[in-house]
Design a protein around this ligand. Structure first.
Ligand code: NAD
Ligand code: DAU
Length: 344
């Protein structure tokens, strides 16, 4: 790999992935294509400005003309761009189907036209989610999502991601498109948009506010540190078998109540800071990933996700980086592109 195109590289996982690859693959050039929607934030990659191996392009994965020009000398694509927040998809699903389905199909078509095919040496990684598998019952701890669990997406977000996975599958099956798909569990770490539960709760508490816990708080998520996810993504991009799906997870199941209590404990707050609120419609009860395939076939292991230390260091990151999340919460971060690139 000489030149990697990352889509969605200004978001939470994308910016961590760009930084991770820059650090671990010193010979590689990266182009970061991102539309800078509300969750794209160039301040996440401030430290890479001026780095000759890195280039940012503001643009949309639905823009075929732009994709054709960018893909000319690209030999690998890591596709992370998406609308990613379940609650927003419940309010308005339109942007999800546009970005996640039309965007992915447009990118696939452009890559095929640019010579992505088995035997070409080019590789495509589609970053998906465990939410495509639906929900597991709380009382059946023996059940985990495997790569052959039927797709049973329950939210508009999950449905749009499942549809994008099928677009990739169809390209692979019909055109021998050189792609792998990953499905990861919930991520946590630095630069996560404070609409997602961990940064929302931590930043609320740093401001002395309560945290809105949905329903009975017993829904379970399997938490993985974002750098372990990035490590897995690079592993699959480089070594994954075309046509395969790889589940990624941390064997780290926690109920939201348990997560909330731990955050309160780390931050020295009592339970009066919990505000029970109405449940999310259609709220998936439990996600739990069986990641034995990627561990066995590609040798990946999570090394940064152990609790409580990984959660403590994440809480500390938000405490130490108040300016970052205050600018996100106030909307000021959206002026950054204009200031940085407006005159260029
Ligand atoms: P995010 O919302 O923080 O970032 C998404 C990025 O995509 C943003 O920078 C946004 O500007 C960009 N984007 C959106 N639409 C675009 C378009 N049409 N063209 C170009 N760029 C566009 O999301 P995230 O949490 O970093 O998730 C990244 C990917 O990982 C998504 O595909 C998501 O489904 C998947 N994923 C996320 C998690 C998680 O826990 N956050 C877990 C598993 C998989
Ligand atoms: O499983 C992977 C998925 O994880 C990714 O595909 C999604 O992009 C990502 O957003 C995440 O989805 P969730 O819906 O699980 O994440 P969220 O942070 O929104 O919610 C986590 C849990 O916390 C969920 O059970 C709902 C609950 N919650 C969330 C919010 C925002 C609350 O109780 N209160 C809240 O205010």
């Amino acid at each position: 790999m000489k030149h990697l195109l990352v889509t969605g590289g200004a978001g939470f996982i994308g910016s961590n992935f760009v930084r991770f690859v820059m650090r671990h693959r010193p010979g590689l050039r990266i182009t970061n294509l991102d539309a800078l929607t509300y969750s794209g934030n160039l301040e996440n990659l401030r430290d890479l400005e001026g780095e000759p191996r890195y280039r940012f392009v503001k643009g949309d994965i639905c823009d075929r003309t732009l994709l054709d020009s960018l893909l000319k000398d690209v030999d690998a694509v890591a596709h992370l761009a998406a609308e990613s927040h379940v609650d927003r998809s419940i309010i308005d699903s339109g942007p999800f189907f546009r970005a996640n389905v039309i965007g992915t199909q447009t990118l696939l078509d452009a890559c095929r036209a640019a010579g992505f095919a088995e035997g070409s040496g080019k590789r495509f990684l589609h970053v998906s989610t465990d939410e495509v598998y639906g929900s597991l019952p709380l009382e059946r701890k023996d059940l985990l999502f495997t790569e052959v669990t039927p797709i049973q997406a329950n939210s508009p977000y999950a449905a749009s991601k499942a549809a994008s996975d099928l677009c990739v599958r169809a390209a692979q099956h019909t055109f021998h498109f050189p792609a792998c798909v990953t499905r990861c569990s919930n991520n946590f770490g630095a630069y996560q948009f404070p609409e997602k539960v961990i940064p929302l709760f931590v930043t609320n508490l740093l401001d002395g506010k309560q945290v809105p816990l949905y329903g009975d708080g017993l829904n379970v998520r399997d938490w993985l540190h974002v750098e372990d996810h990035c490590d897995a993504l690079l592993t699959v991009l480089e070594k994954g078998r075309f046509g395969e799906v790889y589940n990624i997870g941390g064997n780290n199941e926690r109920s939201n109540l348990e997560l909330t209590h731990l955050i309160l404990q780390i931050m020295g707050k009592d339970h009066s800071f919990i505000r029970p609120v109405q449940d999310r419609p259609g709220h998936d009860r439990r996600y739990a990933i069986d990641s034995s395939k990627i561990r066995r076939d590609l040798g990946w292991e999570p090394t940064r996700s152990a609790w409580p230390s990984a959660l403590e260091s994440t809480v500390k990151w938000y405490a130490d980086n108040r300016a970052w999340w205050e600018r996100v919460k106030s909307g000021e971060y959206q002026t950054y592109y204009q200031r940085q690139y407006g005159a260029r």
